[in-house]
Ligand binder design. Sequence first.
Ligand code: PRX
Length: 629
Amino acid sequence: MSEKFDVKLDSKSYLPDPSVKENSWMQDYEKVYSESLKDPEKHWENVAEELEWFEKWDKVMEWDHPYAKWFTNAKMNITHNCLDRHVFNGRRNKVAMIWVGDNGAEQVITYRQLYRDVMRFSNGLKSLGVEKGDTVCIYMPQVPEQIVAMLACARIGAIHSVVFGGFGAKALHSRIKDAQAKIVITADASLRRGKRIDLKSLVDEAVVNASCVEKIVVLRRMTPQMELFSEIEVDFYEIMEDVEKECEPEIMDSEDPLFILYTSGTTGPAKGIVHTCGGYMVGTYYTTKNVLDLKENDVMWCTADPGWITGHSYIVYGPLSMGATILISETTPDYPDPGVWWSMIEEFDVSVFYTAPTAIRMFMRMGEEWPGKYNLSSLRILGSVGEPLNPEAFKWYYRVIGKEKCPVLDTWWQTETGMHMLTTAVGEPMKPGFTGRPVPGVVVDVVDENGDPVPAGTGGFLVIKQPWPSMMRTVYGNDERYRQYWTTIQNYYSAGDLAVRDEDGYIMIQGRADDVLIVAGHNIGSAEVESALVSHEAVAEAAVIGKPDPLKGDSIKAFVILRMGFNSSDKLRLDLMYHVRMNLGPIAMPSEVEIVDSLPKTRSGKIMRRLLKAQELGMDPGDVSSLED
Ligand code: PRX
């Protein structure tokens, strides 16, 4: 990683409308950041003081590398902060959640109603024998009941393991078994593009040879109602019927586990990332407030599913701990037409919109006329997460959706980090292609393999140097794997991403370290080459891989999806190669370009370069349980 690879940095920065900063929670990023560095524990303690605890902590943090404890011996329950705190402090009839179904159905739920449903479902779970410390697997479509189920688990101290409803039976089975789930909560079906997708039958398949499962709770949303057969199946609403209305929150220790969330990413078997109650609550609350700048009257729409960390942190726990109104939706971005999301922003006055680069690039491909049909003036903050937001996509999002007024926050973080770690603070100059600088209280660096910082402009490994409250505590059943995160590069947390920093401390993510290309001894991030390709007018999406080359180490092969109106030709392929050469230099020029109709992606929208490579080289594709198609 010592080799210097000169990245061509776009020198232009963008400033959103000054009023956004004038009214933001964090007025002066640099001041807040430098103060947080002087005394990180004080910084996080001040945040924790904004929330309600049954008993306060003895110490803010205890660090015994690589194990951290936050808010030691404090007692709390995250649902007290997401529900009771609002219901008894003036937000009783405030809308907590607006839901829009695939078929256009709508539901509006106030904080009082959510509180009532969560308490009843909590008691329902208890009636099935669920106790504090038990694991409950939630495998549901994106409906309000999915969130009710998560909060009910948290309320009674059960550990939820949400499995994204788009996963198949095999992936579900391995997650149920690994976490030893006692209960599976599911639905009869989900709806996607007007089609019914059976979930229950997948659960039936998944629980074979999973003797840990004692009961299956089924939400029956379809007519005619499906029959529940075996003794272990119960109806979602029936278990809420003959139970007490009230359910006091379980007194949780700050360090008790809150949830397990499996992350498969693009390589290797899925890991059960374990998050705990107190630190996670503080981290997600802080970043929802100070990164997404959420305010009392905002309507926040995070388009992820609660089955991903983005949904856990920025649909459920962060926004609800702030008492905000969230929009959730089962819709797909292009059904019934590519205007559906923009119509919902207009209809529900969405002010904070948080999505993924893969969606933004899809909209770019569909053309500006779709967002152009709707009034998007309610938007104040735009966010992106999950992959590098390439400069072309940044500019399109900023101009077409944000009308050159809204900040575009490219937030870098991971399932493991629980909360945002890097971004550009609201109102600070934004640099296309760069995620930005660390969130206050977070200390990051770009280093070589020995852990020594590399100079600005030189690529290296992204590391986090100090513990933060919402860091994962272990990998479920595999603590050795957890230790590796903190021991691979010195004593730092190694994120597995490559990055480069500029003179102003802004960080650009260059992709996963596993996806790095080594061409003639130079390290080239796949993301940079892809970003250069997407900056060509003909390209909608791109993925690059390295192919072993006897001379160069790797030679670069690019797979490219064209924008509407462009056709494949030898001339275009050559153009694209030279376009990269012009942008990044001869070293990064692809030696092959293949035009394709689609790219293999994980269900959360990340390109699986590993699969492209396996296919190209005729190798075993390995674990494909996270593949979308
Ligand atoms: O490679 C980085 C990429 O996604 C990885 C984390 O994936 P996951 O745990 O599924 O969480 C995604 C949602 C937080 C990171 O290691 N990644 C995430 N955000 C960005 C990103 N890459 C570039 N820019 C980002 N903003």
